[in-house]
Design a protein around this ligand. Structure first.
Ligand code: SF4
Length: 317
């Protein structure tokens, strides 16, 4: 899993810097484009296309240090996969919607499309790092190149992208890659390499479970006790990990796990995560009891579509 891909040409997302949010280069699109409903995740109602009241003129967040305490934990678990800076700096050439209001409508329209494309690039890039998926590397690479080319087109072409079809095609490839990778996991007596796709495991006690190679795509793991569980080479694509307790769990070789899934879960210094991801800032040090859901990352990602504004928090937005 941690081996690098074996292609001569560099991957567009190699190291994935372009697939990580760089809020300093974005015009606050994730703070404007989606609608918010006042809830445990967002303290206010906001219409789609309307700027969040906390968004400053310079596109920084005015409460970035206190998002959770101020009732905006949903902002801490959102990840645009770098779509924000791509739309701001590439699609619209650095022209922002405040100074050029005529761009706003189209910029807001293409941002969600770009986010879908960048999310697919993230997954494809990861699949290309998996040696057991080598028989698929040609197809994966072609899909990646096609989508990468789309992300560099103009706003009119982006608006015409059939996102559903792209997702469907890539998903088939990713599932095949997942099967090849997980097939390498030996079935032990206690190993639960079961088909758990979309399974309702909400609140389940899976403490210490051997989940190596499990297919947990789209599984509901909300509040699930996964302390000490071994999730090596488990496929976690789209699994809902809100409030899941990952303390002591080993996810270092889990596949198709994203930062926003980790951000929405509970964990601590004993949780092992893949090298491409980081321990969320709000996770408690080892041995510290967790507070309530908001403090522990139990907030719902917007649209179940994960996101983290880590750069924004870290860079003072
Ligand atoms: S990060 Fe800040 S400005 Fe952006 S939506 Fe959240 S509270 Fe609003």
């Amino acid at each position: 899993m941690s081996e690098s891909h074996d292609h001569a040409a560099p991957l567009p997302g190699a190291g994935r810097p372009g697939l990580r949010a760089d809020c300093e280069r974005c015009f606050g699109l994730c703070c404007v484009v989606p609608a918010f409903t006042a809830s445990a995740d967002f303290a206010v109602d906001k219409a789609a296309g309307q700027a969040c009241p906390n968004l400053q003129q310079d596109f920084r967040c005015g409460i970035h240090r206190d998002l959770r305490q101020r009732g905006f934990p949903g902002c801490t678990v959102y990840d645009c996969f770098g779509a924000g800076q791509q739309v701001s700096q590439v699609t619209f050439g650095g022209q922002d919607w405040r100074r050029a209001p005529h761009t706003a409508k189209q910029m807001f329209e293409v941002f969600p499309i770009m986010r879908h494309l960048h999310e697919l690039l993230w997954y494809l890039t990861e699949a290309l790092t998996m040696p057991p998926a080598r028989p698929l590397h040609g197809e994966l690479r072609r899909a990646l190149d096609e989508i990468d080319a789309l992300t560099r087109t103009g706003p009119d072409a982006l608006a015409d992208v059939d996102v559903a079809a792209r997702r469907r095609d890539v998903n088939v490839l990713l599932q095949r890659a997942s099967e090849l990778v997980r097939a390498r996991v030996p079935r032990g007596r206690t190993n639960r390499r079961a088909e758990q796709r979309g399974a309702d495991l909400i609140g389940a006690n899976l403490r210490g479970a051997d989940l190596r190679g499990a297919n947990l795509r789209g599984a509901y793991l909300i509040g699930t006790d996964l302390r000490g569980a071994d999730l090596g080479v488990a496929d976690l694509t789209g699994a809902d990990l809100r409030g899941a307790d990952l303390r002591g769990a080993d996810l270092s070789e889990s596949i198709f796990l994203t930062q926003s899934q980790l951000d929405a879960a509970k964990g601590d210094a004993t949780t092992k995560v893949p090298p491409s991801l980081a321990h969320p800032a709000h996770w408690a040090p080892s041995g510290t009891p967790h507070a309530g859901p908001a403090a522990s990352g139990g907030a719902a990602p917007r649209n179940r579509a994960p996101v983290s504004r880590r750069s924004r928090r870290n860079t003072g937005r």
